[in-house]
Structures are given as structure tokens and as C-alpha cells.
Design a protein. Structure first.
Length: 189
């Protein structure tokens, strides 16, 4: 169980390490049980993956990926206190990661570079899933066969790109989560 202001990394080389988390209104870290399920699903593919933790918040998802063998992680977080805490946690854990202190929508307007694993968990109040998914797909941010994790309210309704095929899904309380596999639009790719 997490103590207030701390999140535990649950697997890999950083297992049981604690992330210091500022008390922020609306911050909703992915629960341990959901992270464990997600990374069990990703276990065969996370090693060596280039990871994008969009709307990073605490950075727990991206740090969990690094702990489990991802080769690189980029964290995008617009809230300065959360970005600073994320940088401090990475330094304290002696883990390399790029932290972009920027709004995800604005950040995605830059020239894309492909990621193998994208963690898409925006603040629920933003209702940003469809817009972010479109920007990821159209902006060159996804490797041809990327994995995309999406976390949203169970009642949320939004459209994802047709090239994102559902792989696995689950729910915990009012939260739904799903893992998608991108397939190239060109069937010969």
C-alpha cells in the first residue's frame, strides 16, 4: 500500500524504491495492482523499449518501465512541481530519463520521434485521449508496431485510431485500462 506522498515501484531493478510525490489536487497515480497487471502484459516487450510517459504526473509508469529494462524514457509533465519532483526522483534513483516540462498537446506538435511504448494517462478532467491519440499517430511518435497503454474513466467514450488494435484490457473501480498494439496502416509493412 502507498503511504501519502510516496509511491512504490513494484518490479525490476528498482523494486520497492519509493517515489516522493507532491500533494497535488487531481493527481491520480496508477494503482500498484494496475501497474503490476500492465507490466505483466508488457514483460515480453519492455526490455530495450523506448518509452514515452505522456501526462507523466508522478512518472511511476515510465520509471516502472525503466526499472524493468526499457532503454530510455521521456516524461512529459506540464505542472512544474510534478516535473521537478520527477527530476529529483530520477536523480535520487540514479536513473536516466528526459523530463519535458511542457503541455503534452504543445509538446506533440514538435517533430516526432518514434517510441516503442507509449503510456497515455491524462488527467481525467482534460478529456484528452482522442486528441493525444491522433497527435501520436499522425505526428510520427509511434514505432510501426508500438504498444500503447490507455487509462481512462470506465464511462469515458472516445475514439482511438483504427491502427490501434486492443490487446488486453481491465478495470479497477471506476478506472478502465487497456493495452493496444499499433499495426501499420500499410499491410505490407
Amino acid at each position: 500500500m502507498n503511504t501519502p506522498g510516496r509511491i512504490r515501484i513494484i518490479g525490476g531493478t528498482l523494486r520497492n524504491s519509493k517515489l516522493e510525490v507532491p500533494d497535488m489536487p487531481g493527481l491520480r497515480p496508477t494503482p500498484e495492482r494496475v501497474r503490476e497487471t500492465l507490466f505483466n502484459w508488457l514483460q515480453p516487450v519492455v526490455e530495450g523499449a523506448r518509452c514515452l510517459d505522456l501526462y507523466a504526473g508522478t512518472g511511476a509508469l515510465g520509471i516502472e518501465a525503466l526499472s524493468r529494462g526499457a532503454s530510455a524514457a521521456t516524461f512529459v509533465e506540464r505542472e512544474p512541481r510534478l516535473a521537478a519532483a520527477l527530476k529529483a526522483n530520477l536523480a535520487r534513483l540514479k536513473v536516466a530519463g528526459e523530463v519535458a516540462g511542457d503541455d503534452a498537446t504543445r509538446w506533440l506538435r514538435a517533430a516526432g520521434r518514434p517510441f516503442d511504448l507509449v503510456l497515455l494517462d491524462p488527467p481525467f478532467a482534460l478529456d484528452a485521449w482522442a486528441e493525444a491519440a491522433r497527435a501520436l499517430e499522425e505526428g510520427g511518435w509511434l514505432a510501426p508496431r508500438a504498444w500503447i497503454y490507455v487509462e481512462a474513466p470506465r464511462t469515458a467514450a472516445f475514439r482511438l485510431p483504427d491502427t490501434w488494435l486492443p490487446h488486453r484490457q481491465g478495470h479497477a473501480g471506476d478506472v478502465a485500462y487497456a493495452l493496444y498494439r499499433r499495426t501499420p496502416a500499410d499491410p505490407l509493412s
